[in-house]
Design a protein around this ligand. Structure first.
Ligand code: DOR
Ligand code: ZN
Length: 377
């Protein structure tokens, strides 16, 4: 653990009320620390092979559980494949880790209602992911006919109380990339919820004011959203600042500042409808810094520091724990974690890169100094 850069100084107190009045917040001299229920990551890409082994310790060192996205090559379309993938993840974990992967299935036009029954019975599959075909990384096998071929499966999911996790963008190349989320809400999500009001839906990695309004207009406990650190901290300028910035490119793409502000207000309001989902999505450096760079931001090592920064800047540190550790399990109907994590307000430098035998992974905010350092207790 990196030591505090600020030496403890007896007798000085920090104005706790100013930063949210949180009961979990303690001041030790000039140092501040926050103790919260261990967070979960409700949207994570763990990949496979060497990349999985390289990166899973980063998530496992902070998060108790994670919803693991199924967009591998080939995608995880069956419960049998999810069970095998889960075993690979468990084997890749550090020996002392209690991290629990929560598996998902990749919805296709040919997924059967029986597969959903099997998934529910397995006890290891917790949701089904909808990738509109062509929307993002490894989505070529995704859905082309949601209201036709997929309808029986969606009905079975509603029956089994199995959440649908949605990559909410239309893929029509004629729709401007910055409008694809809004158009998806109007043409797919709203009709879907009207047709299947009992289906639990998570709108993943929301990026717009329109998504915030949509989620807030739906029934609490029925529709929710995950929010990434990048969509809370960056707007679309970050992709072009001083030259093309491939490490700030993800999908859905970063949006205008007004959208970022709307998302920040929503998550720091204390609403139960929003919870932590990093969408941490590593790609080896040469695949990002390329003529046709991959979408995805690797944020697992910095995510908790960044979420704490956002809540602190809004004077809402007392609402951080609900977002990171309570709203997610409550929505999924899973128990909250019993372990705790400590966030120390200590400066630490994000590595420039994580180097592995197969290449480098560049984290979000590489080389920058952050505050709020997490450690398990
Ligand atoms: O930026 C992204 N990267 N968005 C996604 O939806 C997929 C992800 C990935 O798997 O790389
Ligand atoms: Zn994702």
């Amino acid at each position: 653990m990196i030591k505090s850069l600020v030496p403890p100084c007896e007798g000085l107190t920090v104005p706790i009320a100013k930063i949210g009045g949180s009961k979990q917040l303690k001041s030790k001299g000039l140092r501040m620390e926050l103790t919260i229920t261990q967070p979960d990551d409700w949207h994570l890409h763990l990949r496979d092979g060497d990349l999985l082994k390289a990166i899973v310790p980063h998530s496992a060192s902070h998060f108790g559980r994670a919803i693991v996205m199924p967009n591998l090559k080939p995608p995880i379309t069956t419960t049998a494949a999810a069970v095998v993938y889960r075993d690979f993840i468990l084997k890749a974990l550090p020996s002392d880790s209690n991290f629990t992967p929560l598996m998902t299935l990749y919805l296709t036009d040919t997924t059967s209602p029986d597969e959903i029954k099997l998934a529910k019975r397995s006890g290891v599959v917790f949701a089904v992911k909808l990738y509109p075909a062509g929307a993002t990384t490894n989505s070529q096998d995704g859905v082309t006919d949601l209201f036709g071929k997929c309808l029986p499966v969606l009905e079975e999911m509603a029956e089994q109380n199995m959440p649908l996790l949605v990559h909410g963008e239309v893929t029509d190349p004629n729709v401007d990339i910055f409008d694809r989320e809004k158009v998806f809400i109007d043409t797919v999500l709203q009709p879907l919820i009207q047709r299947l009001p009992r289906l639990k839906v998570v709108m993943e990695h929301i990026t717009t004011m329109d998504a915030v309004k949509f989620v807030e207009s739906c029934k609490e406990g029925s529709v929710a959203a995950t929010v990434t650190p990048q969509h809370l901290l960056l707007n679309r300028n970050a992709i072009f600042q001083g030259g093309l910035q491939p490490h700030n490119y993800c999908l859905p793409v970063l949006k205008r500042e007004i959208h970022r502000q709307a998302i920040v207000s929503a998550v720091t309001s204390g609403s139960k409808r929003f919870f932590l989902g990093t969408d941490s999505a590593p790609h080896e450096k040469s695949k990002k810094e390329s003529a046709c760079g991959c979408a995805g931001i690797y944020n697992a090592p910095v995510a908790l520091s960044l979420y704490a920064k956002v809540f602190e800047e809004m004077g809402a540190l007392d609402k951080l724990e609900a977002f990171t550790s309570i709203n997610g399990p409550d929505f999924y109907g899973l128990p909250r974690n019993t372990s705790k994590i400590k966030l120390n307000k200590t400066s630490w430098k994000v590595p420039e890169a994580f180097s592995f035998s197969f290449g480098d992974i560049i984290p979000m905010f590489a080389g920058n100094t952050l505050e709020w350092q997490p450690s398990l207790i």
